[in-house]
Design a protein around this ligand. Structure first.
Ligand SMILES: [Zn+2]
Ligand SMILES: [Zn+2]
Length: 350
């Protein structure tokens, strides 16, 4: 099978390798679509595997069952499945409390073979947990691959209850920022204000429902948000970018009693200097967000595969797997919103 092998930071080679063996009690999925995620790009550009190479990344996986261990009665050859990368134990305190995003025994999807390959093994444990979803007839593999990036966005907006009439600031117009803008509009936000430093990206956010766009290198974003909100500030501010400076500044865009979420990961070890006195006197609620609970994963999948969700606007580029490096380049320079790779096809068939 073809696989995009990472040999070290920024060294990705598409090679022919033997296909994996079917795990006991598990199955082999023929990968039909796999999204290229910002976190994949980050992992493939750094020494994420601490020297243990080659490694295959890719965690936004959709395909069909190609091989089954005899002991898996639940699925059959040809079933079309979406695999959420992080399976949860459903037994620990967090899982039982409805917060499986905090599971103490999650599946380690970074250590497993990923989906930038023709075939991927799905273990017995994954099948027994909460991470496998069947695609209804008529739903394309490409559309279903958006379920994974949508899931943490969905979870975040459900947790902070973005609702009818809200003014929402989203800092960072990468793919995730675009998901945030679209979802906020679907949830009824009255105004979505996008902040970004890249003009190409900023212009693209309009198609996802951004009502106002601000290039924060060209105008003072805090002042502009205040102008747009008649001096009040936004109900909810989501920092979806890797900058601690953006996090520090984000609090001044929220209204009295507003909510600020640190959604995007920042470089490991970097610290943020926060005006906690401002937070205190403005009764701000500061949240961190990562992942999604089991049920939120399911609900995000259901939304992604429904007609309500404009998948075509998100998938700007579809490439065969061998062009992964070109996909990475387009995602990096902001030209692409979502790149979807096809390890077993050269073109998309919906
Ligand atoms: Zn992802
Ligand atoms: Zn758990």
């Amino acid at each position: 099978m073809q696989a995009a092998m990472m040999y070290g930071p920024n060294d990705i080679r598409v090679e022919d390798i033997p296909r994996p063996k079917c795990p006991p009690g598990g199955l082999i999925l023929k990968v039909m679509a796999v999204g290229l995620c910002g976190s994949d790009i980050r992992n493939m550009a750094t020494d994420s595997c601490k020297g243990r190479y080659p490694h295959i990344f890719g965690h936004e996986i959709v395909g069909f069952v190609d091989e089954l261990d005899a002991e898996v009665p639940k699925y059959k050859i040809g079933d079309r499945l979406y695999i959420y990368p992080e399976d949860h134990c459903l037994k620990c305190e967090s899982c039982r409390d409805g917060h499986s995003e905090n599971c103490t025994d999650p599946g380690d999807y970074i250590a497993r073979q990923g989906g930038f390959a023709g075939y991927v093994p799905v273990t017995k444990e994954q099948l027994e947990r909460d991470s496998v979803f069947e695609l209804p007839t008529g739903v394309s593999f490409e559309r279903a691959s958006l379920s994974e990036p949508l899931s943490s966005v969905y979870a975040c907006q459900e947790n902070i209850d973005i609702t009818l009439g809200d003014t929402v600031v989203i800092i960072g117009a990468g793919p995730i920022g675009c998901f945030h803008a679209q979802l906020a509009k679907l949830r009824g936000a009255a105004r979505v204000i996008m902040l970004e430093i890249n003009d190409v990206r900023l212009a693209m956010t309009k198609r996802f429902g951004a009502d106002f766009i601000i290039n924060s290198t060209k105008e003072d974003p805090v002042q502009r948000v205040k102008e747009i909100t008649e001096g009040r500030g936004a109900d909810k501010v989501i920092s979806a970018n890797p900058s601690v400076q953006a996090q520090a500044q984000s609090i001044y865009m929220a209204r009295q009693g507003g909510i600020v979420v640190f959604f995007g990961g920042v470089p490991k070890g970097s610290l943020c200097e926060l005006d906690t006195n401002y937070i205190h006197y403005h009764n701000l609620w500061i949240y961190g967000h990562f992942g999604a609970s089991s049920l939120q994963v399911q609900k995000a999948f259901e939304l992604a595969i429904s007609e309500k969700f404009p998948a075509d606007k998100f998938i700007t580029h579809v490439f065969p797997l061998k062009e992964i490096n070109q996909g990475i380049e387009l995602a990096r320079n902001g030209e692409a919103i979502k790149v979807v790779l096809l390890p077993n096809r050269s073109i998309a068939i919906n």
